[in-house]
Design a protein around this ligand. Structure first.
Ligand SMILES: [Zn+2]
Length: 318
């Protein structure tokens, strides 16, 4: 197997039929709320911002099938890019990441309110009134490459703090988004320094690896537990052991693809730590080298089109 072609990873997870969740009760297809009637935050656990990231579907199914009922506040469970998910083809599994464009790059106000049209923007515009009512977003994702699960906490300290309360996975990436557009996790109040809203995004492992499902399930139960929406006894059977300690890597720079000839120097998969001057890649003849010792590569991409993020560069913060 080539480590450089995500299409070659085996599909170990089932892709459940989610048609039964279409109706929901929120006015937005595939979003269902459970209101405790007691005071508390509106918590959203969200799957399928990327259509081929099935571990979030499996985790939400577990909650639906368990008949989840929050003790306080309101819990919403939802599936975002259903059109892409339903187009999943095991013969070309990377193709169904999206229909027209990356749904995690459309969440700035100008784009949402602008004239551009795409399958993902249409869906984002449907979801937006609901998203606007959410206090705490947990966005479940997976990665192109088989690397350790990580939290993507964004640039704000309150999201790092909440990721530490979650307690897992071991690695927390504190980052600033992508040049190509704003992520859901940075949308509106989630990304505003003064807001009470917080978003945490988890990357549970490689998109289709069996191990990503129990990690997603563990994380959604822990998310409900830290917000006091369920009891330990209810969460217990679904949890994995916590890592001994979490580590934070701070993203300091992004390598954005400039030409249509970008190549990595090695088949990087992420979290490699490079020395100053080590070659990362070549972009149309320009060498890209590690700017300092202890330079950590964050989620190198294989979608190397101009304007996209090739890889982000960070440093261990502790
Ligand atoms: Zn994703």
């Amino acid at each position: 197997m080539s480590a450089t072609d995500p299409n070659k990873y085996p599909i170990e997870l089932p892709f459940p039929d989610i048609a039964r969740y279409r109706e929901g009760n929120t006015g937005v297809d595939y979003y269902t709320s459970f209101d405790s009637g007691a005071a508390g935050p509106h918590v959203l656990i969200n799957a399928l911002v990327h259509g081929n990231e099935v571990c979030g579907v499996i985790a939400l199914e577990r909650l639906f099938e368990a008949g989840i009922q929050p003790k306080r506040g309101k819990l919403t469970l939802g599936f975002s890019n259903v059109a892409a998910y339903q187009a999943f083809d095991p013969g070309d599994p990377m193709a169904s990441r999206f229909v027209d464009e990356d749904m995690n790059r459309v969440w700035d106000i100008e784009t949402l309110e602008g004239d551009r049209k795409s399958s993902e923007l249409e869906r984002a515009r449907q979801m937006r009134p609901l998203i606007d009512t959410v206090d705490l977003l947990f966005d479940v994702h997976s990665m192109q490459h088989k690397t350790d699960p990580v939290i993507v906490a964004g640039p704000l300290e309150r999201s790092v703090a909440l990721s530490k309360r979650l307690g897992t996975p071991e690695i927390i990436v504190a980052d600033t988004g992508h040049a190509a557009g704003r992520r859901l996790r940075d949308y509106g109040g989630f990304g505003e320094p003064g807001s009470d809203k917080t978003a945490v995004l988890i990357e549970c492992g490689q998109h289709w690896e069996a191990a990503a499902a129990p990690i997603a399930i563990d994380s959604v139960y822990r998310w409900l537990l830290i917000h006091d929406m369920i009891d330990e006894a209810e969460a217990g059977p679904h949890l994995l052991p916590l890592p001994p300690a979490q580590r934070v890597v701070k993203v300091e720079a992004a390598v954005t693809v400039e030409t249509d000839k970008f190549e990595f120097a090695q088949p990087f998969t992420g979290l490699e730590t490079l020395k100053e001057g080590e070659l990362i890649g070549i972009d149309g003849g320009t060498e890209i080298r590690a700017p300092h010792d202890g330079c950590v590569l964050i989620m190198p991409s294989r979608r190397l089109t101009p304007g996209a993020t090739a890889v982000r560069l960070g440093r261990w913060a502790d």
